[in-house]
Design a binder for this molecule. Sequence first.
Ligand code: 6GU
Length: 238
Amino acid sequence: MHFHILTLFPEMIERGLKYSIIGRAVQNGYLTVHAVNIRDFTLDRHKKVDDYPYGGGAGMVMQAQPVYDAWESVIKKIGYRPRTIYLTPQAVVFHQRMAKEFAQDKNLIFLCGHYEGIDERVLEEIVTDYVSIGDYVLTGGELPAMVMADAIARMVPGVLTNEQSGCTESLEGNLLEYPQYSRPKEWNGKAVPDILLSGDHAKVDAWRREQSILRTMQRRPDLLAHAELTDKERKTYL
Ligand code: 6GU
């Protein structure tokens, strides 16, 4: 899978995606991260990429030309128009479902805006998907692009080991994960729940399932309406 990230801050992307599991996936050839500096495409002799908004108002707007030419440089390289995601709070909120769907593609372009946004005309020309990462405002699209790239990358086959992928399908069935414990058996006067030390896998699974449901009720009751529960679980917990 190839990520192409159009940005005014390519170092932020390059530095942000080189650690841990994503960094290793890049090293091992499962992923490439290609940060494209929009400023490299400006025709302005002062390297300017923004201008005042028509109609007035606060802030500056990123101009269409450098954004379009940066995008086109990627298209020419890969030979087709891939999904092009514009990171903006004026959009549907990113979800695990979308991470899975986007992970099916071979190439993805992320467009990171700054200032008061980007000239609408170039967005109409190139953007296929408008995506937000939550209902709050950030200063630019780079952090959202990295958040999405991380979530998408871990859905790409080979990026996670089988062991990792099996145990992290939190949110898949709209349930939160159960709590985890490791050594020692007692820490700070607190013991690990006995059942986890029992060696009875069926009991452990049942306990974890219950913990998932209880945790979802407590922390994300809004999810529970969409959770995949058995009739018996519905009777017991709802
Ligand atoms: Cl995608 N961009 C910006 N600038 N702010 C956000 C966002 C995106 N998602 C939530 N807030």
